[in-house]
Write a protein that binds this ligand. Structure first.
Ligand SMILES: CC(C)(COP(=O)(O)OP(=O)(O)OC[C@H]1O[C@@H](n2cnc3c(N)ncnc32)[C@H](O)[C@@H]1OP(=O)(O)O)[C@@H](O)C(=O)NCCC(=O)NCCS
Length: 176
């Protein structure tokens, strides 16, 4: 099984994609090209860092996450995540992964804020992000056309100061 096969297993399922930016299916070729591109990215040169989410105990591929539109001038970036297999939802993986990505964003990339957008109907995601420390900052009304209607997106963000208050520099996240 390659990373590409792992990704394609659930990527074109409506259950997963209904909460992401687009529900239009992706071809194997398009996904292959995306994977080849993002695995070579350098965060500040290419403005993006994408990582696989893997269960450390079982080595199971769980999904992907990343920070996008990294601005070296403003030291901010947008966060995105998808746990692919519906059987793995609401088991804590999303909150754990978000915390690890925030740790990287603030401790390694030196960002000042990280923000995200999510459907206001995606209550599971909002809960996971809140648990990881994100705060609601506003609503983009009717921002995305999905499932036959214009739906609200909420914006959330977290500052380096808020993160370090909870996890001072040098604190490890998760088990080594
Ligand atoms: C969003 C996502 C990353 C969250 O990860 P996760 O592993 O499922 O979430 P967690 O288990 O860490 O936390 C979810 C929390 O929401 C709760 N929850 C689940 N469904 C809920 C609902 N309908 N309403 C309110 N809370 C809900 C869970 O009980 C859990 O809270 P708890 O730990 O206090 O019990 C994951 O669900 C996912 O990838 N979904 C599909 C794609 C997606 O939505 N991506 C995000 C786009 S912005």
């Amino acid at each position: 099984m390659t990373d590409l096969d792992d990704i394609l297993k659930y990527w074109n399922t409506y259950e997963l994609r209904r909460f992401l930016g687009s529900t239009i299916p992706m071809s194997r070729q398009a996904e292959k090209e995306w994977l080849e591109r993002v695995t070579k990215y350098s965060p500040f040169k290419d403005g993006e860092m994408v990582l696989a989410i893997v269960d450390k105990m079982s080595n199971e591929f769980l999904g992907t996450c990343g920070v996008f539109d990294i601005s070296s001038a403003n030291r901010h970036a947008e966060f995105g995540i998808a746990i692919h297999n519906p059987d793995n939802l609401s088991k804590g993986y999303g909150t754990d992964t978000t915390l690890v990505m925030l740790w990287i964003a603030f401790n390694i990339l030196g960002l000042n804020t990280v923000y995200l957008r999510a459907f206001s109907k995606n209550k599971r995601a909002l809960k996971a992000y809140e648990k990881a420390g994100f705060k609601m900052v506003g609503t983009l009304r009717g921002h995305v056309f999905s499932e036959g209607e214009f739906q609200d997106h909420v914006m959330m963000d977290i500052t380096a100061g808020e993160f370090f208050e909870r996890y001072p520099a040098g604190t490890q996240i998760g088990q080594p």
